[in-house]
Design a protein. Structure first.
Length: 670
């Protein structure tokens, strides 16, 4: 039935509605019953047909039903009535609101040639990333997330450092500000999916003043060369003006020719050159000649890093072992550390001065939790081109070699000895180098005596002091002691007494007492003598002890010490080799089997940057002329490149010996 029919039957329909007769009842009524309400026969037939068709229809609200609904409202006088509202109990239910919104994040880098931003593909570390974030997160928060996604640990997949770029957020869909929240952007744009881009551009001009921020740029610290006195003082004055901190004044020692800066001790000191406050800050600290030698426990690196397990114990170092507090010095263990934030740190270290430069840089306790990168400065003042994990391992190796020579006693095993110029601050700096080397590069100083390390890491010793003493003394003294242990009567008594007297033995040994006497001497030289160093190291090396494998300390040292057998097992040759390549591979294995322990460590350092076992060495064969023929290595990837033009094994051995006996290797591969 059409609308005009219903309108024609308006009066009759109102009568049916009055008697509560609807369309479901009409098909069941007889014609005589229906004639009481609809007098005309044609109207009754049309009405019954319409009601039957409505009953047979399976569609939920159709256009016809909608029309009927409006007619019923009109017939009942309900025209213009507002729709039924939700229960008052459900109104304002904030729990039903969505708290998290999804969005897409991409990376666009500025192309200097085309002078426009271009999207970075996923193969290069970019692509589209999908995030679920809180609605109240701001664009600034999304920017930090994007930087962490595309620049994990401050470096992208293609080795681009975030510190070299200015960054801001953009959207091709809507204009955004750093203070806008995600909810505001969705309400403003009415978009189904919001898409934001992290835009990066290589820095070319001067850095903005410290403390001045732009909505579209990330404040990045510039490289501050502390060997340049004028630059250091100028930067420090700007830093203090912007931060409204206590004014620090440096005076130039007129008698000094090296350009050192000294702290005016008449003024308070609250920190040294804070190079960035954001968690994405990246400092480049130059250490070496002309450095700021300050013995306070100030944050002399830009990072503010939680010490975790290392910090708490370091606050409780036995005060009886602390040196007298001199003018300009402070008790490290007595100072409270501020809440830190982790960020990468690049240290520029001079070759040949690695020990002093690293100690000065690691005096800051906050550096332990930071990602430390190393760049080496050559004696001619130029920076090496090489960078990466291989340079870090090489620097750690040079540091511990210098430490063994300058700060320890012993022949095959080393034990630190007390120096007047090494106080608590210096010893704890060495321990922090230990921690960073183990966490970042897997470097372990295996030459330190095992009982000494057990006392530091485990607060107890289980290894033999007699065995460690035999490795501690010279080869001549060891042969005399071993001979006396095997057959006491066969050894020359005067020679034995001379050896024992050199270690301040106070009794004449007999065949029965020689073994306990040697154990007592071993305990004295390995534990008692360096006890101050042990107490300085112990709180810092707590985290190293927790990271040791279940097998323990002896297992780590055994796995790290290189031998000819373990070195050959680390070599990874191509699966298929030509005859010439197979010949050179045999030369290499023969050479490794012939060289002594010292040269074996040098060979390992040449290939990996480290003198302890850590990574497999990939062998790559290259073709060169006789003039350019020489072995090459890439320490970051632990790759050894061998020429195949050797005519005999002596030629191969001669060239490798010349490389290993060289006084310095230059890292020239980026």
């Amino acid at each position: 039935m059409h609308v005009d029919v219903l309108m024609h039957l308006f009066i009759d329909w109102s009568i049916l509605h009055f008697f509560q007769i609807d369309e479901t009842v009409i098909p069941l009524m007889t014609d005589s019953d229906l004639a009481k309400y609809i007098p005309k026969v044609g109207d009754r037939v049309s009405t019954v047909a319409f009601c039957r068709q409505a009953a047979l229809s399976q569609e939920s609200p159709s256009r016809k039903e909608s029309i009927l609904s409006r007619l019923r409202q009109r017939l009942s006088g309900g025209e213009g009535m507002p729709p039924k509202k939700r229960s008052s109990k459900l109104e304002g239910n904030t729990n039903a609101k969505r708290k998290v919104r999804r969005l897409e994040v991409g990376w666009m880098d500025y192309d200097e040639d085309e002078e426009r931003y271009k999207q970075v593909k996923s193969a290069n570390g970019g692509g589209t990333r999908h995030l679920s974030v809180e609605k109240d997160e701001t664009v600034a928060d999304i920017k930090v997330m994007a930087e962490n996604i595309f620049f994990p640990n401050g470096c992208s997949k293609k080795k681009k450092r975030l510190s070299n770029y200015s960054t801001h957020m953009e959207s091709s869909q809507i204009h955004i500000n750093v203070s806008n929240t995600v909810d505001e952007l969705y309400n403003k744009s009415k978009l189904k999916m919001l898409r934001l881009y992290l835009c990066t551009k290589m820095k070319t001009g001067q850095q903005p003043p410290v403390g001045v921020e732009d909505d579209h740029t990330t404040s990045q610290p510039s490289e501050v060369d502390l060997t340049d006195q004028n630059q250091a003082v100028e930067y420090l004055l700007v830093e203090n003006r912007n931060s409204e901190s206590t004014y620090h004044h440096f005076i130039n020692d007129g008698a000094s020719t090296s350009g050192n800066l000294e702290l005016d001790e008449t003024l308070p000191w609250d920190g040294l050159l804070t190079l960035g406050e954001g968690e994405d800050s990246h400092a480049v600290i130059f250490v070496g000649e002309g450095r700021l030698d300050v013995t306070e426990d100030e944050p002399n690196l830009e990072t503010a890093i939680p010490e975790k397990e290392d910090d708490a114990p370091s606050e409780t170092v036995d005060q009886s072992l602390s040196p007298p507090v001199l003018a300009g010095e402070a008790d490290v263990s007595a100072q409270a550390l501020s809440e830190p934030q982790s960020s990468p740190v690049t240290l520029i270290v001079r070759r040949g001065h690695c020990l002093t430069d690293m100690i000065n840089a690691f005096k800051d306790p906050k550096i332990v939790a930071s990602e430390v990168c190393i760049k080496m400065r050559l004696p001619n003042g130029e920076l090496e081109q090489g960078e990466g994990s291989g340079v870090l391992r090489d620097c750690l190796t040079e540091f511990w070699m210098d430490f063994y020579d300058s700060c320890t006693l012993g022949v095959e095993v080393k034990v630190p000895f007390i120096r007047h110029d090494f106080q608590q601050e210096e010893w704890q700096a060495v321990a922090r180098v230990f921690v960073v080397g183990w966490k970042q590069a897997g470097y372990f100083p295996v030459k330190l005596a095992v009982p000494f390390l057990e006392e530091v890491l485990c607060d107890s010793t289980t290894s033999s002091f007699k065995d460690s003493l035999l490795l501690y003394v010279s080869h001549e003294e060891r042969s005399i002691l071993e001979k006396a242990l095997e057959d006491f009567n066969s050894v020359d008594t005067d020679e034995l007494l001379d050896v024992l007297d050199a270690h301040e033995c106070k009794q004449v040994p007999t065949e029965d007492t020689l073994l306990p006497v040697l154990s007592q001497i071993g305990h004295k030289v390995i534990i008692q003598a360096p006890m101050y160093v042990i107490k300085c190291w112990r709180p810092v090396l707590v985290s190293v002890a927790s990271l040791l494998p279940p097998e323990g300390l002896n297992h780590v040292i055994a796995q790290k010490k290189p031998t000819a057998k373990t070195m050959k097992a680390l070599l990874k040759f191509p699966e298929e080799m030509t005859a010439a390549q197979s010949t050179v591979s045999r030369y290499l294995k023969r050479y490794i089997g012939e060289i002594d322990c010292k040269n074996l460590q040098l060979f390992l350092r040449f290939c990996t940057g480290s003198d302890v076992l850590d990574k497999a060495i990939l062998i790559v064969f290259i073709e060169t002329t006789n003039f350019l023929r020489r072995p090459q290595s890439h320490t970051c990837g632990c790759v050894l490149k061998l020429p195949i033009g050797y005519y005999s094994y002596p030629d191969f051995r001669s060239e490798f010996n010349n490389i290993l006996t060289s006084s310095m290797w230059v890292m020239d591969v980026v």
